[in-house]
Design a protein around this ligand. Structure first.
Ligand SMILES: [Zn+2]
Ligand SMILES: [Zn+2]
Ligand SMILES: [Zn+2]
Length: 399
């Protein structure tokens, strides 16, 4: 039986874990802020990239009702005919002992000396002179479940109409029946496509079909206050040479016309409106680190690679049941259950992948200067964590 206390430290994260694993040494908040890897653009240019008045399509109440598309908007469309995938049989876990000490005394010593010399204010004396009293294996498991999902939303969109083909006849296919190839498994991506047979031509709501809208700089007058005299008509005692004393000059924005080309319809006065299907692929990650309650800060393990004990990939995975450490089985069960509950009604679960990693951690007890201290050696990289290094100067701020 397991005598030590076991805590499960778990958290769900919505980001690309593959990218994260590739740059474990550089992980920072800044990295998280970057979008995921780029994915192929949609079948037409992103309307948001086109500067316009912010209105991309006429108000919804001006638009026809398309059967199967009665309620458009930001809410995801529940997948149809899904949830029928059955989990595969439990995967076999390799049988072996995981409780053996992770490293030898020589390795632990070497790692400690390297650690001390990497800190500018640490004396290397304790690391060199210390005497081992005990090495304990605290090998830790990291369970990870990735659920790769696809969700779909629909909304009206438009582009300026200048005589292009209008695909407006026929029955629009249901949102989930439109085949869209998956760009890449376990990678976040967004794509937009036009729903067939939903196109219609409408007058532009921004300019009331005129193709032009009022110049906001001169408020339709075509003239603005003279920049040279500030509208006074005079500079000192002289008549302003720029506006000839009128205080007004021709508006630069509209060239004096008082109106500008409508940004929504690009001057066409008409819009080609259509229903846009937005497809979002997301890799949802659940991580559980089985902490042995050893005082080791488990968050340090985020940047550490472990030894892969199990990788199991299927459209729907079965929770791990036969792992020697029952906490891992429990973590797997709650991860699978949580992701099922979270995604099955709103997304299509395309693929799941679960992994179990063994992360070697060794707790080292040693004596230096007649006092006992502790440090940890962790990860296949043999990193060192020490809370109470015995000889460091107080000015040390680089940790
Ligand atoms: Zn002037
Ligand atoms: Zn103007
Ligand atoms: Zn317009």
């Amino acid at each position: 039986m397991l005598a030590y206390m076991q805590n499960i430290y778990s958290f769900s994260k919505f980001h690309n874990s593959l990218a994260r694993m590739d740059r474990t040494h550089l992980l920072s908040d800044q990295d998280e802020a970057h979008p995921g890897p780029s994915c192929p653009a949609g079948s037409y240019a992103d309307p948001n990239a086109v500067p316009n008045d912010g209105a991309t399509a006429p108000p919804a109440d001006l638009m026809p009702v398309v059967p199967g598309y009665e309620s458009l908007g930001p809410n995801v469309i529940p997948p149809s005919n899904f949830g029928s995938a059955q989990p595969e049989a439990p995967s076999r876990v390799p049988e072996r002992r995981f409780d053996i000490p992770a490293i030898t005394e020589e390795l632990a010593h070497e790692a400690f000396i390297k650690y001390a010399s990497s800190k500018c204010c640490y004396s290397s004396k304790p690391a060199k002179e210390m005497v081992f009293t005990d090495l304990q294996s605290l090998n830790t498991y990291r369970y990870r479940l990735e659920t790769f999902t696809e969700s779909r939303t629909t909304e009206w969109d438009s582009e300026p109409y200048n005589g292009q083909v209008v695909d407006g006849f026929g029955v629009a296919p249901a949102p989930w029946s439109i085949p869209v190839p998956i760009p890449s498994l376990f990678q976040d991506c967004v794509k937009s496509i036009r729903v067939p047979h939903t196109s219609t031509v409408k007058g532009c709501h921004s300019c009331l079909n005129l193709g032009r809208s009022a110049c906001s700089r001169c408020v339709n007058s075509g003239r603005t206050r003279c920049s040279h005299c500030g509208g006074m008509g005079r500079t000192g005692s002289n008549r302003c040479s720029l506006c000839q004393g009128s205080g007004m000059t021709r508006c630069h924005s509209c060239g004096g016309v008082g109106s500008i080309k409508c940004k929504t319809c690009k001057g066409q006065g008409k819009l080609l409106c259509f229903i846009k299907l937005k497809i979002t692929w997301k890799n949802n990650v659940y991580v559980a680190v089985i902490d042995k309650g050893s005082g080791f800060p488990v968050e340090l393990l985020d940047q550490i690679t472990g030894e892969k004990l199990l990788t199991d990939m299927a459209p729907m995975v079965y929770p791990v049941v036969s792992f020697p450490d029952s906490s891992v089985n429990a973590a797997s069960e709650s991860a699978v259950r949580e992701h099922q509950a979270q995604f099955v009604t709103t997304c299509r679960i395309l693929q799941q992948r679960q992994t179990i990693e063994l992360i070697p951690i060794t707790r080292v007890h040693y004596v230096w200067n007649q006092k006992t201290h502790i440090y940890f050696v962790y990860g296949t990289e043999h990193k060192v964590y020490s809370k109470d290094y015995p000889a460091k100067c107080c000015c040390c701020s680089i940790l």
